[in-house]
Design a protein around this ligand. Structure first.
Ligand SMILES: [Zn+2]
Length: 89
């Protein structure tokens, strides 16, 4: 899993804003992100340890330890969902 920081997600956030990939919620902290460039779909998962966020994707960039826009797309939905949960709790 890749530790997500403001620094290493900045580029992916920009790409995500441009490409606006579709995200489908599977279950808690697990998402499917549809590639904007082709028919690929990627499973993206998240974890939180000691207050730090971690993310994982199936694409080649993520395998190299880079934060891809799929992770950012999933994280955006994940944070949104966490927010909803907090409001209804
Ligand atoms: Zn990816």
């Amino acid at each position: 899993m890749i530790r997500l920081t403001r620094e290493n997600t900045a580029k992916a956030v920009e790409r995500c804003k441009q490409l606006k990939p579709k995200v489908k919620f599977i279950k808690d902290r697990l998402f499917v992100v549809y590639s904007s460039n082709n028919d690929n779909v990627y499973h993206v998962s998240f974890d939180v340890k000691n207050g730090e966020k971690f993310g994982k994707c199936e694409c080649k960039a993520s395998e190299k330890g880079l934060v891809c826009y799929h992770i950012v797309a999933g994280a955006t939905v994940n944070i949104y969902r966490q927010g909803l949960k907090r409001q209804t709790a």
